[in-house]
Design a binder for this molecule. Sequence first.
Ligand code: PMP
Length: 275
Amino acid sequence: FFFSSRRRITRYISVTGVQTCALPICAYLSEEQGTVSIFDRGFLFADGVYEVTAVVGGRLVDYEPHMERLERSLRELRLAWPCGKDELRAMHLELVRRNGLAEGLVYMQVTRGAADRDFKFPKDARPTLIAFTQAFSILDNPNATTGIKVVTVPDLRWKRRDIKTVMLLAPSLGKQEAYERGAQEAWMVEDGFVTEGTSSNAYIVKDGKVITRGLSNSILAGCTRHSLFRLARERGIVIEERAFTPDEAYGADEAFLTSASQFVMPIAEIDGRRI
Ligand code: PMP
């Protein structure tokens, strides 16, 4: 494990070469001490998965769903668990404690590990696990009162977006385009329909009904989406799971996004049209 201090990336930790449930070869280190091999397959092939868990009041939010999704991501890519589940939870809590994190997030990533560069899976690589925290205000976000702007961009990603891989170049290009066009998020469009945001799930509201794309390989099953569905059910709010077009979104009564680091964020403008 590594940990350290900076302004935004306050601390980080990393665990490398951890075997299932055996005593982990791990450490909490300063950010300057934490290094990963240049042969790590996360670096060379984006051969890794990640999770981001929000922290509020020093407590982990929706931790179990995040770890269930991690388990699924690992299985789909035939990646080994880097350590036991209890150890991973203890690591999250210890990192929050050591870094004195009141509000923000814990980022964690697992890769297939370091090996001679070869497209095929290495036989003897041990998974690399790293984690760090970032401190910022989730609840007291000024965007939540004004709403944010969204632009639409083509969805350039691969076909297994249900797996939370570290292959984030297309979303990064989309987010950059959004910022350059004066917006805060990009909604990605495929075959004429919105898939999701570059780092969030996408919703519109029409005639009191919430509309969002159904789960498939085309989008990530957001943990915040899951919680939103539960809250909507408890309050008798109808959610219609279907794809919608940008045109339909322009004519929506409301729009919003969900993600672990933003919870529910209202959207006030899509492609320059006021919602
Ligand atoms: N879709 C994508 C592509 C994302 O990157 C994220 C954020 N990880 C989400 C949806 C929202 O998922 P969650 O609510 O679990 O953060």
